[in-house]
Design a protein around this ligand. Sequence first.
Ligand code: NAD
Length: 335
Amino acid sequence: MQCDTDRNAAPTTEALIVSEADCERLVSSDLAFDAVEAVFGAMACGDAYNFPVVREAIGHAGALYGFKSGFDRASLALGVKSGGYWPGNVDKGLTNHQSTIFLFNPDTGRLKALVGGNHLTAIRTAAASSVSIAHLARQDARVLGMIGAGHQAQFQLRAAAERRNFEKVVAWNPHPEMLPRLGAVANEIGLPFEAVSAEAVCMHADVIITITSAFEPLLTAEWIRPGTHLACMGTDTVGKQEIDAALAGKSSVFTDEVAQSISIGEMQHAVAAGILSKGDITSIGAVINGTHPGRTSDDQVTLFDGTGVGLQDLAVAAVAARAAIAGDDPVFVTL
Ligand code: NAD
């Protein structure tokens, strides 16, 4: 006979743990590209949706903490990325941006996996601009321009280089002392690298990625040549801004999620200035799904506003979890 204690005991469940090191080992940029492209497509056809983002100054350690969450009915990825920005971490030998991704079983709500989110954030952000380059940049793009040279910029450069036959990288950063490190990444993958002015980046580059923490426009509309593809990746908060709002007016504008683009993304400024409205911005998923033509001429300026959505995190975390389970020694904890 079963005693009461046994009957009331919660059945245990096993959750997978995927460390930061395992994420680095297991999630290639190609796998991230496929996962992010698929989830952008699912978002555009209504299969996947992001829940409202929470981001708060917690009044401790100067930290900004929050979570990004969503559900993809196509892949059944349900979960949340929790974390934020701790400015004092660098003095402790830690990365200022810290995050962890939780994946849940959509049938039961039980925790499926706990996945390190730091490396995956960089990989999924780079995959987003890379997806935009694959779908929107001219096929004959040869010069890659980088505005920004921080942590994310290295991942952006590597992922972009996989999408077109770039022959050269030109770069500018508000803090020029950071550029040699980005130059080393370019050289490592066989691309010549030149540090130039921001205007010269626009003059020479066919594809430009902006990935800074700027709160003022760094690029003006007049500098951008016809045919350029821009991936604006740095603006993910109210008040941040990397490009002149007028540039949106001369571009065909695409984004990961329209609601985020106009609230916390680069398009917040163009919309506030009356240059664009919500209806002028296209979900990149529509291009992926073939319901929007994307670039229609070689002299069109295309602009991707990559704001960063929770579903991207869940998509790459699911890749990491699958690879870990398929590997030799997956680590489980009993809950
Ligand atoms: P980082 O601190 O490593 O580098 C910061 C970069 O911004 C450097 O190029 C630096 O020179 C520049 N910068 C710093 N302060 C500036 C200022 N006041 N004006 C202009 N430029 C300034 O940061 P990171 O991890 O490389 O992140 C760069 C940006 O990307 C941040 O704004 C971050 O929030 C954003 N980000 C976006 C996504 C997304 O999904 N869209 C994901 C991750 C990070």
